[in-house]
Design a protein around this ligand. Structure first.
Ligand code: UTP
Length: 224
């Protein structure tokens, strides 16, 4: 299978969790050893948000705030790349084309952000579209997608499955703002819907959930 794994900065970087980073590096190696093609997209987590807040206090505009967050996400990608040694490409790909080339060389591609005005969810979706991925897995800080925001509603129910079409009903924000946090970026959903790339959202604090999703076991929320 060709897999794009979106690793939430909320998982590995809020605060920086060396143990989980190690587990994800091993997971990427294992997926590769099983014959899968894998690309990962990592976000910048709390550190990115800290830069966004500080940039805002300095009077810098949204674009500058985004650029700083992108730089932070790329530092996280570099951390993976160093840890994966020869298994990954030499540098963090700055475009989906470069990430695709890295995959074609049989390497594990690990990238961060792409450009202002989006989130790494959209980067992962664009990459999945570019490489014709079979599956996009989002490792996040919730068990999956809920029928309403679980942080605000105690009676929110986790969905096992939802269609791309129905997903728009659970979104609260649909305009980009630096540092925005939502279960999935609506822009990413639009891209995935175009190509009908299947996405599975899992609790990323347990990396074994990612393996379960790859094996087709019932975990998280399947979106198709
Ligand atoms: P994300 O919200 O995608 O990263 O990007 P994250 O930390 O992994 O988030 P969780 O774990 O899903 O909650 C953080 C910020 O970086 C900027 C945006 O401001 C975004 O909100 N960014 C990221 C861009 O501007 N462009 C990109 O391509 C990626």
């Amino acid at each position: 299978m060709r897999i794009v794994l979106r690793i939430g900065g909320s998982i590995i970087g809020s605060p920086i969790n060396v143990d989980l980073i190690k587990q994800y590096a091993t997971l990427l190696k294992n997926l590769k050893a099983k014959g899968h093609e894998v690309a990962a997209v990592v976000g910048g987590g709390d550190l990115a948000r800290e830069f966004i807040t500080n940039a805002r206090s300095l009077g810098l505009d949204e674009k500058a705030q985004d650029e700083l967050a992108i730089s932070v996400s790329r530092v996280f990608a570099q951390l993976f790349l160093e840890k994966l040694e020869g298994m990954s490409c030499e540098a963090v790909p700055l475009t989906v084309d470069d990430a695709s080339k890295c995959l074609q060389k049989g390497k594990v591609a690990v990238m961060g952000g792409l450009k202002p005005g989006m989130t790494t969810d959209t980067v992962a979706a664009l990459l999945a579209e570019k490489v014709n991925a079979d599956l996009l897995i989002k490792a996040t800080n919730q068990e999956g997608v809920y029928d309403k925001d679980p942080k605000k509603h105690a009676d929110a129910v986790k969905l096992d499955h939802i269609s791309f079409e129905a997903l728009s009903d659970v979104f609260t924000e649909d305009k980009h703002k630096a540092g925005i946090r939502q279960i999935i970026d609506p822009e990413a959903v639009k891209t995935l819907k175009r190509k009908r790339v299947k996405m599975i959202v899992v609790n990323g604090f347990k990396p074994e959930n990612v393996l379960a999703a790859v094996r087709g076991e019932r975990v998280g929320t399947v979106i198709d």
